[in-house]
Design a protein around this ligand. Sequence first.
Ligand code: PLP
Length: 284
Amino acid sequence: MSRIAYVNGRYLPISAPAVPVEDRGLQFADGVYEVVKAVDGRLCDLDRHLDRLERSLNALAIPMPMTRAALVRVLCQTLRRNGLKNAGVYLQIDRGVAPRNHLFPKNTRPSLIVTVRRASFPKAVELAQGVGVITLPDQRWKRCDIKSVSLLANVLAKQQGAEAGCREVWLYDAEGCVTEGSSSNAYIVDQAGRLVTRPLGPEILGGVTRTVVLELARAAGIEVVERPFTVAEAHEACEAFLTSTSSLVLPVTAIDGRPVANGMPGSVSRELLQRYCAHIVSAK
Ligand code: PLP
C-alpha cells in the first residue's frame, strides 16, 4: 500500500508535490510538530501530545488550523488510510503560505501536514543490551521547550553520533551538565538508586514519555530527583537510559565509549521499560 499524507485538506500520495514553495515551514522552519505513537490503532497519550502542541503553537503565536476534535479526526483518518495499526504519526503545523518576509503575515491560514510511518521501535536486542551514546556540546537555541521544526543542531548532533556508531547523542551545556538527547530525554540512576533527570525548563523539551515515566517511577517507589547532572556524573552512574515516543525507555549502557556500571541495563531501567510497555498497551 502506498503511503498517504494529509496536506492542507487533502489526502495525497506521499510523493505528490503538495507544499507551496513559499510555505513558511519550508523557508523559515516557522512551525512546530508532534510525533504520536499508534499502538494497535490507538493513539497513545494523545491528550498530552495535543496539550504540548497547543503550548508550542501559543509560544509562536500560530493559531490551531482547526479544532482539536477535527485534528484528531485527521490523525485517525491518515492512520487508517495508511492501513497501519502500529505507527508513528507525524503532524506539523506552520504559519502558512505567504510571500517571503520575516514578519508574521496577516490573515494567513496555518499549514497542516500529517504523515504516518510504520512504528520504528528499538530492536529487541537494543532494549535487552542497551545502546551507546556520545556527548557533545548543546548548540541549540534557548527555547528547546518549544517543539519547533527547526532541528538543524539536533540533526548535526545525531549525524555525528551515528558516525561514531552511537544511537543517540547527549548534549551538554556550558556548565558541563547534560540537557537531553538530540531527540530524547536523558536520565541516570545514582549510587543511592535515585532517578536523576534535568528539570523542565527552556533547555529541554518536556517529553510526553518523560512525564509518563516519571509518574510510573514515583508509583513504583523509585525516588525521582529533577536536577541537572554532569557528564562526569553520567560516566560514574549506576544506570542510564533515554526516553522518547519512538525509543520507549531505552537503556544506555555506554557513554563516550565507557561502559555504564557493568555495561548491561540496570534494574531501574528494566522495570521502567516494562511499566511503560504496560502503559502504552492499556492507557488512553
Ligand atoms: N527531547 C527532544 C529534543 C526530542 O526531539 C524528543 C522527541 O522527539 C524528546 C525529548 C522526547 O519527547 P517525547 O517523549 O514526547 O517523544
